[in-house]
Design a protein around this ligand. Sequence first.
Ligand SMILES: [Zn+2]
Length: 413
Amino acid sequence: MQAPPFLLTTPVALILLDVSRQRAARRQTAKALVQPAQLVASAAFCADVVAAALVQADYHGSGLCFWPKPAPQKSLGCSKRTKFATQLSLDCISGLRCNRAMPPVNRNEPKRAPSSESEMSLVEFMREFPDDATCLKWLWRNRYSKDGEHAHCPKCKETTAFTRYETTQQRQSWTCNACGHHMHPTAGTIFHKSSTSLHLWFYAMYLMTSTRCGISAKQIERELGVTYKTAWRMAHLIRHKLMMQDSGPFNGRTPVEIDETYVGGARRNTRRGRPGIASPHKTAVFGMVQRQGRVVAVTVPNVQRATVMPHIIERVLPKSTIYTDEFSVYAPLNKLGYRHHRVNHAEKVYVSGDVHTNSMEGFWSLVKRGIGGVYHSVSTKHLQGYLNEYAWRYNLRDDPKAKFQTLLLRALA
Ligand SMILES: [Zn+2]
C-alpha cells in the first residue's frame, strides 16, 4: 500500500531516515532493515517507526522507552575505528598493532599487581645485592657506620674513621684508623664465621621469605649451588634464630582463637587427628591467633590443662575474649577472668555468630599443607623451627615492607 505523500513532511522524513540508519547500525548489517523507499511505501510501518522515534526522542530515560540506549562509542585508538564498541572486528584487532592503541611501556619496570605481597622481586633483589661485597657493606652500614666511613670504636671510645683493607686472609672487617681495632660486621650474627658467601645467605633468606608454603633444603641446595648440609644448616639457622616468634601478650583489642592440633605420624586406628594406639608419633601443637593479628604456635608434650594454660596466661591479657572448641581443657577460662565462648565441633557446629576458630584452622591448614607438600616429614625435634617459619610469614602477611627486608634487619639484632 502506498503511503500518502502528504504525510511525509520534511521533518518526519528526516526522523524516519535517522531511525532507519540507527536500526541498521545496531543490527550490524550493511543493509538497512528499513529502506527509505519502504518507509514511503508502507504507511503502517511509517506510523510504527514514527511512534518509535518519538518514544526514543521524548521518553528515553523515563523508563517508558522500549528501545535500549545506543552503546557509547569507545575510541579504540586505531585508525580503523568502528562505530560501536561491539563491532570489534578482526580487522580492528590487527589494527591495534599501530602504537596509538597502547602507550609505550618500560620493559625494565614491569607493572606490579596491587595484590602482590612482596615489594621485592628477584630482579630487584639482584639489583640491590649483586655480590658478596655489597652484602658485607650493607651489614657494615646498618650495624656500625651509617656513612660507611665513621663508626664508634669501642677501644678509642669515640667515633673514628674506619678503612677496609684487602687482606690475604680475606678478613671481613674494617680497621680503626686511630688504634687499628678490627670491627667485623658479621660478628654475633648467623653469618659469623660462615664460609658461605653472604650473597648466598641473603639469597637463601630471600627464598625463604618469598615462598608461601616453604622451601625445602634440597631446593635451596639446587638454587644456591651448595651442599645439602650447607643448605640445611642455613635454613635451620634462619628458622631458629631469625624467625623466632615474638614473645609478649596479644594487644587484647580483638578476640583470640585457641586450638590444638597434631602433626606428623601415620593416622591409624583413629578417626580424628589425635595419636592412636598404633600411631603414637604425632606431635601436639598448641596455637593461638588474634583476629587481624599475629599467630603463636608452639609444640607441646601434650594438650593437658597444666601444659596449655601457662601459654594462654602468658599471651592473652585478662578480660580478653577467647573462642575455642568444646575441648574440656579450656573449661576454666571463664573462671580465670576471660570472656570464653565455644563452638561445638562434635555437634558439627563450626560457626555461631562471631564465635569460631576458623582463623586458627586456616593457619593449621597452611602448616599441614606446607609440611606435607614441601617437607614431607618433620621430626618432633625440628617441628618448632618449621612452625616459626610459617608463623613468621603469617604474621607479616600485611606488612607493606618486603618480608625479606624485615628478616634482614632482624639478622642485625
Ligand atoms: Zn680505635
